[in-house]
Each structure stands twice: as structure tokens, then as C-alpha cells.
Design a protein around this ligand. Structure first.
Ligand SMILES: *Cc1c(COP(=O)(O)O)cnc(C)c1O
Length: 379
């Protein structure tokens, strides 16, 4: 069997009876759109997150778009976003005629660096989109303090970190996605809580905002055929909700499996290269639990692409998330306001390499990956 970045088949086989029964139940009921599983799943996920509202939608990108639509922003308003992230975090800003203001990231955690916010602020700034990249929380306390001081909304892109906690300086802990004004997530199959197609959800504590988000996701209507605002059609389908109900029960187990795999990689890789001369292993922010959506190395000395090629030749998959920072993307060049040189974002894009990590990873597989890395560097 060839190694894979994620093993969705192996994960499915372990919960096959539960998932198959859930799918059959939806087919038997033929409630394909808006069936009871959608509401039940939303409530269960809300409970998991500490009691907030959960508004299901069609995918993570829609979640971000609907979040921004609910905030009544005007064309030309500015939204701060890290330059090193998946395109969706910033794409929705451009789509709504808003201006993405790109800030740099912390090179250790890959997350938005709160120290950049002051320089990003202008009279047009309305919101910040911190992204919890690769599975750990952005340092949210200074982001939230800054937002409060300047009257900004905070829309968390939690597509990669569902299940992660953030610890405030007073010891209080809360789930990522529930810290800001609105949280967004994706149930894309390879995400930590993935369905078998597309899916997404939006979180908020605010009752009125929850109603508004729900209305926007449903053609701007609260009463059928009476449309109060321009909305969109963004639904989580019942089959996906039924599958997610099953998988949510395993989410913490999945996070533990990912954390264990990451700890094993780090132990083995640090033993290979104790001084970090060839590569740097992931840095865990003590304020966050890392749920390792990705296990991402920073490869030194411009050797990233050569290492990737060597791994491929040895039968080991690896991925570059993400090869080009957003400020250098053609689609963003004409609409972006860049804050500073964004050098960390560029350096991350040039050096990152994500190794296979998933819930079914065995230590034998990981030893194989580590051996292949050792072989390339001759260490
Ligand atoms: C996956 C992802 C999204 C988008 O989710 P989709 O469901 O694919 O639309 C947004 N932001 C980040 C950081 C992601 O990883």
C-alpha cells in the first residue's frame, strides 16, 4: 500500500457500521435537504464548543463569506488578514468588494502576528480575520484586545483547528472559533472533522447575529418567500450532517491520534537534527492545543523542493501548504494593501513542507518517513 497524506478509507472502516446506518437512515427518510440530522448536528457541535450557536452551511468558504455579509461592511472597507493562509480566508474579502489588508505572520507558529495590527489600522478598518493555521490557535488575546480597542469585528477562520483550545492569560480556556465575533469552519473531507463531500458551519454567541447569519445563508428569508436582504443559498445537506454526527463523537480521539503522531515525528526528527541545521519541527504555542491538521516542517538552506522530490522518489508523499503568499498571487495584487514587506509570509511559503499525518498513522509509517528524510540529508 502506497502511503498517503490522509487515510480517509482506513478511518471510515473503523466506524463503518455507524456511518452506514446514519446514511441509510437519511435515505430511508428521504429528508435530503434540511432533515432533522442538520439541526441535531448543529446542536451537538454547539454543545461541543461550549454552547454557542452553530449555523450549518455548504462549505468553509461560504461560512467566511456569510460571516462578512452579516457584518454590514461597505465596499472599500478594510479587513485585516494574514498573508500566509489558504486563499479562501482572503478571497471572500475581495469577492465582497472589500480591501484585504495583509499582515505578516509569526514564523514559528505560521499564524497572524498581533504585533503587526497597529501598523495595519486605518480609518477604513472594520474587521480582522485571524486564521488558526495547521491546527493551532492564533494568539487571540492581543487580537481581541486590539479589536475591542478599535471597534473591529473578529471573524476566526477555524477551518483547520476545530477542537483546539486557546488559553487566556487569566487561565480561562475556550475553543477556537468561539473567541471572536463569528467563527467559521469547513468540513472538507480532509479537515479534522471532515464529511464525505462539502460542508461548513458558522459560530457565534450573539443571538441576533445568529438569526442574521441563518437568514443570509437561506436566501435572506426568515419567512419563506419573503426576502429581507440579499442572501445566498448555502446548506449543509442531511447526508453530510448525519455523517458528521457520527464523526463528531470521535473528534477528540482523532485529535489525540494526530497529537500522538506529531509528538512521535518531533521526537524522531529532533534526534536526527538536534540543532535544527537541516529543518525545524513545528513549534507549539503554549497558549493553544495543537490539533495538527498538518505537521509542517520548515526546511533550511533552500532545500525544500529537493527534499520533496527525494521523498517522492522514496514513495513518501508530502505537500506544500502554501507555495505562494497571498500578496504575490495574481488575483490579489491589484486589490491588496500590504502592511510592511511580509517577509515571514514569503519565507514560510519558500520553506514549508507538510508530512503525512492522519488518524490512522502507525509508528512504522512514521519511521519510514523519518528514514527517507534522513536519507536525503545523509544524517
Ligand atoms: C479548507 C479551508 C477553507 C475553506 O473551506 P472549504 O470548505 O474548502 O470551502 C478556508 N480556510 C482555511 C484556512 C481552510 O483550510
Amino acid at each position: 500500500m502506497k502511503m498517503q497524506m490522509v487515510d480517509l478509507k482506513g478511518q471510515y472502516l473503523k466506524i463503518k457500521p455507524e456511518v452506514d446506518a446514519a446514511i441509510q437512515g437519511v435515505i430511508d427518510s428521504t429528508a435530503f435537504i434540511g432533515g432533522p440530522a442538520v439541526k441535531e448536528f448543529a446542536r451537538q457541535l454547539g454543545d461541543y464548543l461550549g454552547g454557542c450557536h452553530v449555523i450549518p452551511c455548504a462549505n468553509g468558504t461560504d461560512a467566511l463569506q456569510i460571516a462578512l455579509m452579516a457584518l454590514d461592511l461597505r465596499p472599500g472597507d478594510e479587513v485585516i488578514v494574514p498573508a500566509f493562509t489558504y486563499v479562501a480566508s482572503a478571497e471572500v474579502i475581495g469577492l465582497l468588494g472589500l480591501t484585504p489588508v495583509m499582515v505578516d505572520v509569526d514564523p514559528d507558529t505560521f499564524n497572524l502576528d498581533p504585533a503587526t495590527l497597529a501598523a495595519a489600522l486605518s480609518p477604513k478598518t472594520r474587521a480582522i480575520i485571524p486564521v488558526h493555521l495547521f491546527g493551532q490557535s492564533c494568539d487571540m488575546e492581543p487580537v481581541l484586545d486590539f479589536a475591542r480597542a478599535h471597534g473591529l469585528f473578529v471573524v476566526e477562520d477555524n477551518a483547520q483547528a476545530l477542537g483546539s483550545d486557546y488559553r487566556f492569560s487569566d487561565g480561562r480556556k475556550a475553543r477556537t472559533g468561539t473567541l471572536g465575533t463569528i467563527g467559521c469552519t469547513s468540513f472538507f473531507p480532509s479537515k479534522n472533522l471532515g464529511c464525505y463531500g462539502d460542508g461548513g458551519a458558522i459560530f457565534t454567541w450573539d443571538d441576533a447575529l445568529a438569526e442574521r447569519l441563518r437568514m443570509i445563508a437561506n436566501h435572506g428569508q426568515q419567512v419563506k418567500y419573503y426576502h429581507r436582504v440579499i442572501g445566498c443559498n448555502s446548506r449543509l445537506d442531511t447526508l453530510q450532517a448525519a455523517i458528521l454526527q457520527v464523526k463528531l463523537r470521535h473528534l477528540d480521539e482523532y485529535a489525540s491520534a494526530r497529537r500522538a503522531a506529531a509528538a512521535f515525528y518531533t521526537q524522531r526528527l529532533k534526534a536526527l537534527d538536534p540543532e535544527g541545521r537541516f529543518f525545524l519541527t513545528p513549534v507549539e504555542d503554549p497558549r493553544s492545543t495543537h490539533v495538527y491538521h498538518q505537521y509542517t516542517l520548515r526546511v533550511r538552506g533552500g532545500k525544500r523542493d529537493a527534499l520533496k522530490e527525494s521523498l517522492a522518489a522514496q514513495g513518501i508523499p508530502s505537500m506544500i501548504y502554501y507555495p505562494l503568499p497571498l500578496q504575490d498571487q495574481e488575483a490579489f495584487k491589484s486589490i491588496t494593501r500590504a502592511v510592511g514587506k511580509l517577509e515571514n509570509a514569503r519565507a514560510c511559503a519558500a520553506s514549508v513542507l507538510s508530512l503525512p499525518i492522519h488518524t490512522e498513522m502507525t509508528q512504522e509509517m512514521q519511521e519510514e518517513v523519518v528514514r527517507a528524510i534522513a536519507f536525503y540529508f545523509g544524517i
